[in-house]
Design a protein. Structure first.
Length: 253
C-alpha cells in the first residue's frame, strides 16, 4: 500500500496521505515521497492544480512521534522544507481537510493556497502537551491570525472547530456534513483551472515574493509582471476572447 496516493485526472493532481490506521501520521518516508510528488507536479506543465487530502478519518495527525521518541540514526529531511515547497509550488494548491488536522499536518494544510474543511474536522497544534515546540504554528498560523490569537491556540494546545477556523480566516469554506469535501474541493479547483495558468502562476509567485519586498519594490514587480503577461500569447488570447464574447483557448504561453 502506497503511503501517499498520487494521480492526475484531467490536469488536476490528487495527493492523498494514506496511512489511515495511524491517522495519517507523517513519517520520514512520507516526507520524502511528498518531495518527489511535488517536484513532479511542479515540472509537469500538463498539471494545472493540485489537491492535498487524507484517507480515512484524518487529514493528518501530524508527525509520527514514535520516530522522535527513539534514537535516530539519520536525521530526516525537515517538514519545514516541505512547507516551503508547497508555498512556492507554481500551481494553485488546495487542501481538502477531511478530518483531524494537527501539528505538522496543520502546517501542510496552511501551506496550501485555498483550504476547505469538513464540518466535523478539527485543526490544532497540541505540541505543548507533548513538551515540544512547533514550526508551523509560530510561522504559518501566526502569519494568518493576530498574534494574541495564535498564542492562545499554541499555548493551550486546544483544537479549533471548522466553524472557528472559518471565522479566523484559516479556511475558505466549511463543507457541511453529508457533502463530499473532495468533490467540493475539486469543483472549486476546476473553476480556478478555467483561468489562464500563467496568470495564476504569476499572481501566486508575486504574492509570495511581495511579502519580503518594500512597497515600492513590490509595486514595481507587479507592474513588470503585468506588462510581461499582457503581451504574452495567453494575455492577447484573453483580451481577444473578451472582445469577441467567447471562451478563451489557453496555450500556457
Amino acid at each position: 500500500m502506497a503511503l501517499i496516493e498520487f494521480e492526475v485526472r484531467d490536469k488536476l493532481a490528487f495527493i492523498t496521505l494514506n496511512r489511515p490506521e495511524k491517522m495519517n501520521a507523517i513519517n520520514e518516508e512520507m516526507v520524502e515521497l511528498m518531495f518527489e510528488i511535488l517536484a513532479e507536479v511542479s515540472r509537469d506543465k500538463g498539471v494545472r492544480a493540485c489537491i492535498l487530502t487524507g484517507n480515512g478519518k484524518a487529514f493528518s495527525s501530524g508527525h509520527d512521534l514514535t520516530y522522535f521518541a527513539g534514537e535516530r540514526t539519520q536525521e530526516a529531511r525537515p517538514v519545514s522544507d516541505l512547507y516551503q515547497v508547497i508555498l512556492e509550488l507554481p500551481r494553485p494548491c488546495f487542501a481538502a481537510i477531511n478530518g483531524i488536522c494537527l501539528a505538522g499536518g496543520a502546517g501542510i494544510a496552511l501551506s496550501t493556497d485555498i483550504r476547505l474543511m469538513a464540518e466535523g474536522a478539527r485543526l490544532g497544534w497540541p505540541q505543548v502537551k507533548r513538551g515540544v515546540s512547533s514550526v508551523s504554528g509560530p510561522f504559518l498560523l501566526a502569519n494568518l491570525v493576530p498574534r494574541n490569537i495564535a498564542y492562545e491556540i499554541l499555548f493551550t494546545g486546544e483544537f479549533l472547530s471548522a466553524e472557528r477556523a472559518l471565522e479566523l480566516g484559516l479556511v475558505n469554506r466549511v463543507v457541511p456534513e453529508g457533502s463530499d469535501i473532495l468533490e467540493e474541493t475539486e469543483a472549486l479547483a476546476r473553476q480556478v483551472m478555467k483561468n489562464a495558468p500563467l496568470a495564476i502562476q504569476a499572481i501566486k509567485d508575486f504574492t509570495v515574493r511581495a511579502r519580503h519586498l518594500s512597497s515600492s519594490d513590490a509595486l514595481r514587480m507587479g507592474d513588470l509582471l503585468f506588462k510581461k503577461f499582457v503581451d504574452s500569447e495567453d494575455g492577447q488570447e484573453g483580451l481577444a476572447a473578451f472582445l469577441e464574447k467567447r471562451e478563451p483557448n489557453w496555450k500556457n504561453k
